[in-house]
Design a protein around this ligand. Structure first.
Ligand code: ZN
Length: 604
């Protein structure tokens, strides 16, 4: 049985010392390797690059390890217990790796635990030790690793049934703020790490989180797949993200997004946090247990390709906000505003007309997780477009079945057939499940939505559910959609359009990206160019967009820009602004059929 001991050995240098003991490595020696990626985040991250040193010994003395590849070592056959000690550098403040300083320690097992090949299926044991005093005296531990010794939140010994489980319970240690709530009889804990604003509204946060968790637990049905659940939350100035695990999630959020007593109840930062909580919690079922066959088991040595991330991330994204609504935390109007923002994000990405979500899923490793300045032209997010496909599939099933089916039935089917059995979902498994429920295949739908790049007709689909679709140009750079503009649509249409995303920097307006087919493209401008003057006057940052917006479409403008250190001039003929901003409104007088469908869908 592999036994690990983790010591936060040097807080200032960000070092964990990890000791692995294996009593009987076997007659052929032992191969040890560290994963190159962490499940849930589809990028090869090369965690072994943070191993600063590695040494081995057995009962007969030092053992010399042979390098096999970038992440693998081999120990020759020896005598008695093999002990391998690694020093690991932990200074990545994200949910995907490891971080250690004098305020806290956090790690995923994929960053620390060498895999003893051939022993993956055996039980694994971990001893967590506190850092050297004085810090160690005050530190506690929050993890869902099953405990063997020590009381709640104490350092001690833990056990996992196998290596796969070992690396699926990240560990937080430090002086975090801790609170608990119960949802549908399941104990939930929250550990908040980082400096918080004073006056945290813990009661509100706990009540809203409990309502969201309870709604999802009821949806998938008892018994819950996990005995307990933990939210590990890292609170920073600016940041947003999460990673799902079988009984916990690690979240990164901004200080501003945690509610304080007296805060605006309609805070968008807090709404984003609740959406994230709901998203990661839904993954407890969808991707942690209902999994692509390509992930059963995970191959931790290389990329694992699937065309289904549009379902596992996209449909999870569809349900995340929907469950905040179903939990009674948001109104239907608020939900529709956020849905309209998702539409706007997709409609502003011309890459949707080039890349299918099946391809976006497959190429997540080299495209979505490695976006460059051309990403808007080249790619579509399997999260946002995937969430819209989830919506389209939900509404289509409701309409086609006369209300007897919905996406909920597909989730229930997958939970029974795949989640509870551990059978991976085949690449065509979603379509097969839909066809089985509906009694006929929806091939044309999947061809268009998943394997095609055209826009689906959401306006007429939503009209059948008593929701009006409004499309118009953006009202400035801060307009994310979902709300009425500050001026008339006629005035928005009279604003000249450049077709580039602009940031401040380099002493002018830096073009972060240039949309294909836009006036900026036609004028020969490129991402990275720094525009310093328009029609002879200096310009900086987003002011460029406002200045050009004051001119009508068709107007020619002289721009002066630097590309690297070379000055160039371009004449831009401004275009008409694209109708890329979406609003969704509850139809005040829907037909009785549309009203009934809307009530079944939104409860409103
Ligand atoms: Zn996700």
């Amino acid at each position: 049985m592999p036994r690990y001991t983790v010591t936060p050995s040097d807080l200032a240098a960000h070092h964990f010392t990890v000791r692995l003991e294996l009593p009987a490595p076997g007659p052929d020696g032992l191969t040890l390797s560290l994963p190159v990626w962490i499940p849930g985040s589809y990028l090869v991250r090369e965690f072994a690059r943070n191993i600063l040193s590695i040494a081995a010994a057995d009962d007969a003395g030092p053992v010399s390890l042979r390098r096999v590849d970038k992440a693998t070592w081999w120990a020759p056959p020896g005598t008695g217990t093999l002990v391998v000690t690694t020093l690991v550098y932990a200074w990545d403040l994200s949910v995907r790796a490891a971080h250690l300083d004098d305020t806290h320690g956090y790690f995923n097992g994929t960053s620390l635990f060498l895999r003893a090949q051939g022993h993956e299926g055996a039980p694994h044991e971990v001893r967590l030790l506190p850092p050297p005093s004085p810090a160690g005296a005050a530190w506690q531990v929050a993890t869902t690793l099953p405990r063997v010794s020590g009381g709640p939140l104490e350092f001690g010994a833990f056990a996992a049934a196998d290596y796969d489980e070992l690396i699926d319970h990240p560990v937080e240690m430090g002086t975090f703020r801790h609170f608990a709530f119960t949802a549908e009889g399941v104990a939930h804990e929250v550990a908040l790490t980082g400096v918080l604003r004073s006056g945290l509204d813990e009661a509100r946060l706990a009540a809203d989180m409990a309502a969201i968790c309870a709604a999802q637990l009821r949806f998938f049905g008892a018994p819950a797949p996990m005995p307990r659940y933990l939210f590990q939350v890292m609170v920073v100035g600016e940041g947003y993200g999460g990673l799902e695990h079988r009984a916990s999630t690690s979240l990164l959020c901004s200080r501003q997004s945690l509610p304080c007593v007296g805060d605006d109840p309609a805070s968008e930062d807090y709404a984003n946090l609740l959406g994230l909580v709901s998203h990661e919690y839904f993954h407890t079922w969808n991707v942690k247990r209902i999994k692509p066959a390509a992930f059963t088991p995970y191959d931790l040595t290389r990329e694992n390709h699937t065309t289904l991330l549009w379902f596992f991330e996209g449909v999870t994204s569809y349900y995340d906000d929907l469950f905040v609504l179903r939990a009674g935390v948001w109104s239907a109007a608020r939900y529709l505003r956020r849905l309209a923002e998702a539409f706007t994000g997709v409609w502003r990405t011309p890459g949707r007309l080039r890349q299918t979500v099946a391809d976006a899923s497959f190429d997540a490793w080299t495209k979505y997780y490695r976006q460059d300045e051309n990403a808007p032209n080249a790619q579509i997010s399997y999260y946002t477009k995937g969430s819209l496909i989830g919506l389209a599939l939900d509404l289509t099933l409701r309409r086609e079945s006369g209300g007897s089916l919905s996406l909920d039935a597909v989730m229930a089917h997958l939970w029974a057939e795949n989640g509870q059995t551990g059978v991976g979902v085949a690449e065509d498994g979603i379509e097969v499940a839909v066809a089985a429920l509906l009694g006929r295949p929806l091939t044309a739908f999947f061809d268009a939505a998943v394997r095609g790049t055209g826009d689906l007709d959401f306006a007429s689909l939503l009209a059948d559910f008593g929701v009006e679709w409004v499309q118009r140009p953006a009202d400035g750079v801060a307009d994310k959609g979902g709300k009425a503009p500050g001026v008339s649509v006629e005035r928005l249409r009279a604003r000249g359009w450049l077709g580039a995303k602009v940031t401040a920097g380099g002493g002018g307006a830096r073009l972060a990206s240039v949309l294909e087919g836009s006036p900026a493209h036609a004028a020969g401008l490129s991402a990275g160019d720094v525009v310093i003057a328009a029609d002879g006057l200096r310009v900086e940052g987003a002011e460029l967009i406002a200045r050009l917006g004051a001119l009508p479409p068709g107007q020619a403008v002289e721009l002066v820009a630097f590309r690297r250190d070379e000055l160039r001039r371009a004449t831009v003929v401004l275009g008409a602004p694209p109708e890329d901003t979406i609003e969704l409104r509850l139809d005040p007088e829907p037909s009785p059929a549309a009203r009934a469908r809307r009530e079944a869908w939104l409860g409103a």
